[in-house]
Design a binder for this molecule. Structure first.
Ligand code: RAT
Ligand code: ZN
Length: 412
């Protein structure tokens, strides 16, 4: 009997060589100027690390937020990198980036690292990062409720093949009263109830923004109690505004389910938490609206198995990413294995959620390695039956995972 093929080195090479289309980030084209975060201070003052520094040291919220970014970074560097070892995934990510840029980690010299970034232009750095992480494109999170973003793209988006748009509409599903005030201020005739007239005006607002930025999908993050309901403001919003517009423009609705916003508001962006969602919501939306397509990620680890099962039932459901608190090696490995076993290659295994350009480098280096390892195990399992996987087939499979499934699902 022939020995099974040892495909591990080949799978790692192929996964490394396959360009990635990153389906969810918080990055922006240079058109958005300062909204595109990059460089060492942004990397260190990332909100994942802000939460960690408040755990490690007795700090006062007001004092921390009053500091300029460089001082916040100095403090986090001292507390999380010098006074204890940087073992968390978010800390390790900073080190992976510095290493990839050829900096000497043994120096631990933050000012020396700052000099490297100060010598770069943003355009040059975008090229370096895309090349290092081997990315074809990233999807932005374009939020029309954010005043700075509105300003930056009022006249439309300059097309940029590396930064693709998505329309993010959380206030419509999470805070109708707040959203209504803004819509009214922009000239939409909306009332407190989502009745026929208000729903038509919300659809007009969404149409205007779809025309302006041409998003690949509409997206909302949703609370753990998200349910398929028709009589609550959120339910009416989805049923009467979001899903009809998605059908009209033939784009998916991305559901990011399970976030508990601001359980500690003093931590600001770092103050959100996780709650278990109800898979029934996903099943019912997919079943009641067969002409809509749903990209779904859930934040709670406890939801992952049932989400895979739901995806087996509904071709209009595509699971994506290991979101936020799930974007840690042990959990990525577990989820990736579970997904390949239940869904084969019909999944988008990861997105980066990068908020800082440089994070593309570490988030993808770490995830690529794990995904390649799990894939290699799965090829080994099938090859032990006598099935032979060729390099071309492995390349084809990697393309599906890292861009093809998404492109097909969004219809591009
Ligand atoms: O991962 C994050 O950075 C979170 O703060 C959120 O942005 C989350 O990913 C989201 O898109 O709501
Ligand atoms: Zn995000």
């Amino acid at each position: 009997m022939n020995a099974p093929q040892d495909l591990r080195p080949l799978v790692h090479r192929v996964v490394g060589e396959t360009p990635i289309l990153d389906v969810h980030t918080h990055l922006f084209t240079p058109q958005f100027a300062d909204l595109l975060l990059w460089g060492i201070d942004e990397l260190i003052a990332y909100h994942y690390l802000v939460a960690e520094v408040f755990q490690a040291a007795p700090l006062k919220y007001d004092e921390f937020w009053a500091m300029p970014k460089t001082e916040q970074a100095d403090l986090i560097w001292k507390q999380l990198f010098l006074e204890r070892s940087p073992l968390s995934e978010a800390c390790r990510g900073v080190l992976t980036c510095l290493q990839a840029f050829g900096l000497d980690l043994s120096s631990r010299n933050l000012d020396g690292y700052r000099e490297y970034f100060a010598s770069k232009s943003v355009e040059e750095h975008i090229d370096t990062v895309f090349e290092t992480a081997n990315l074809s494109a990233v999807v932005m999170t374009n939020n029309p409720f954010d005043p700075d973003e509105r300003l930056a793209c009022e006249g439309g988006l300059e097309p940029d093949s590396r930064f693709l748009p998505s329309l993010r509409i959380d206030p419509l599903t999470m805070d109708w009263d707040g959203a209504r005030e803004k819509l009214a201020g922009w000239g939409y005739d909306v009332g407190p109830e989502i009745d026929r007239r208000t729903a038509a005006e919300v659809r007009r607002f969404l149409s205007d923004w779809i025309a302006r930025i041409k998003p690949l999908y509409l997206a909302a993050s949703l609370a753990p109690d998200y349910a398929c309901e028709t009589e609550t403001p959120r339910g009416r919003m989805v049923d009467r505004c979001i899903l009809p517009i998605c059908r009209q423009y033939d784009i998916p609705f991305a559901n990011m389910i399970g976030v508990k916003k601001l359980v500690n508001p003093k931590l600001r962006l770092a103050g959100d938490s996780v709650g278990k969602g109800d898979i029934k919501a996903v099943e019912q939306y997919c079943s009641r609206y067969p002409d809509n397509r749903f990209l779904v990620t859930m934040l709670s680890r406890e939801n992952q198995h049932e989400l895979c099962v739901a995806s087996r039932k509904f071709p209009n459901l595509m699971v994506f990413g290991c979101w936020w608190f799930l974007n840690d090696p042990s959990i990525i490995e577990e989820l990736t294995r579970e997904r390949f076993e239940l869904l084969g290659l019909s999944v988008i295994p990861q997105h980066s959620d990068a908020r800082v350009l440089d994070q593309l480098v570490y988030k993808w280096a770490h995830s690529r390695r794990i995904i390649a390892d799990v894939l290699a195990d799965k090829y080994a399992d099938v090859c032990s039956t006598g099935w032979k996987a060729t390099e071309d087939e492995i390349r084809r499979d990697a393309r599906l995972l890292f861009s093809g499934n998404f492109e097909r699902f969004v219809g591009k």
